[in-house]
Design a protein around this ligand. Structure first.
Ligand SMILES: Cc1ncc(COP(=O)(O)O)c(C=O)c1O
Length: 342
């Protein structure tokens, strides 16, 4: 039985064409600045996002953490949304690596407003930590793949600039926001000093993220990458997969969004399940179950070959991606119906 793996868009496997591109990559020692393939990927990504320079790193976590580390001093404060990835899923890295305080703000479906940012900036006062960074997440993973409205980002930037704050974007799935809205990647990125994008999620590469910013900042970030152990040698082999993904896979995200919409619309009428359909804007569907625990739901569904991921006591997440077809989503719905009927 082939599993229908809807746990995450990180489970995609490189296609034969992508593997071929990896096998044929021209490589060199990137720590010595010799790898042409990585240079091409960094330049390509920077151009797509309208930034001066890019830095390839092994993971989205490292990319976010290098940005925070490089843009801050010990004890500084980062304003972020309560459900954000840098707080909930990066193993405490902002505290461990950069001695940062994460000051959380409850968003609506993951989105915080400029007014909320303004209200949470600390006064300049010897007693208070220094508010230094605003970190946003687009799309917002835990909120269900929700998209930051561009006007909200723009209004937040106005407040941040007035207070001299650094704007960082965790854009692990910025590609999805771009494909869903048609808003340019560069139009989103223009509001931020640093942007992190991941190639290993819906884009289908096996590894890799790119941190973008000014050439000056990226030079400092390169040093931070070495400190964090992320300097890699013949890295063009995996960078080639990233280039392949950028050249070929971006438009396919639209199908993932249609599939997620299908899942949301067909799972929500099932008795015992609740979905906030307004959050189903890209490739993530969050489902609350009134009949069984998330662990129970997960294992009963797994027995039928459909995988989701528990993210709360009664809450699971389904994520669509390029290795799950529309027909498999239809099959997943049938399996959920059976599990909920028994
Ligand atoms: C929004 C967001 N940011 C960052 C990351 C971290 O990426 P990685 O797993 O490559 O460290 C993820 C991973 O799922 C994510 O969803």
């Amino acid at each position: 039985m082939k599993q229908i793996d809807l746990r995450s868009d990180t489970v995609t496997r490189p296609s034969p064409e992508m593997r071929r591109a990896m096998a044929e990559a021209i490589v060199g020692d990137d720590v010595l600045g010799d790898d042409p393939t990585i240079k091409k990927l960094e330049a390509m990504t920077a151009e797509m996002l309208g930034k001066e320079a890019g830095l390839y790193v092994p993971s989205g976590t490292m990319s976010n953490q290098i940005a925070l580390f490089t843009a801050s001093n010990r004890g500084d404060e980062v304003l972020c949304e309560t459900g954000c990835h840098i707080l909930n899923y990066e193993a405490g890295a902002p505290a461990v690596l950069s001695n940062l305080i994460l000051h959380t703000i409850d968003g609506k479906r993951g989105i915080i407003s400029a007014e909320q940012i303004e209200q949470n900036i600390r006064p300049i006062n010897v007693h208070c930590p220094l508010t230094k960074i605003v970190s946003l997440e687009n799309t917002h993973n835990r909120a269900g793949g929700t998209i930051y409205p561009l006007e909200t980002i723009s209004a937040i930037e106005v407040v941040a600039r007035r207070h001299g704050l650094w704007m960082h974007l965790d854009g692990a799935r910025l590609w999805n926001a771009h494909v869903a809205t048609g808003i340019g990647l560069d139009a989103y990125a223009a509001h931020f000093d640093t942007v992190s994008v991941c190639l290993s999620k819906g884009m289908g590469a096996p590894i890799g993220s790119v941190l973008l910013g000014t050439a000056d900042f990226i030079e400092k970030a390169r040093r931070a990458r070495k400190i964090f152990g992320g300097g890699m040698r013949q890295v063009g082999i995996i960078a080639a997969a990233g280039i392949y993904a950028l050249e070929n896979n971006l438009p396919d995200l639209a199908q993932d969004h249609d599939n997620a919409r299908y899942l949301g619309e067909h799972l929500s009428p099932i008795p015992g399940l609740t979905i906030d359909l307004e959050t189903v804007q890209t490739n993530i569907v969050i489902v609350d179950n009134e009949k069984m625990t998330a662990d129970d739901f997960y294992s009963r569904l797994a027995d039928k070959g459909v995988l989701c991921i528990p993210i709360g006591p009664a809450r699971v997440r389904f994520v669509t991606h390029r290795d799950v077809s529309y027909e498999e989503c239809q099959k997943a719905v049938e399996n959920v119906e059976q599990v909920m009927a028994n």
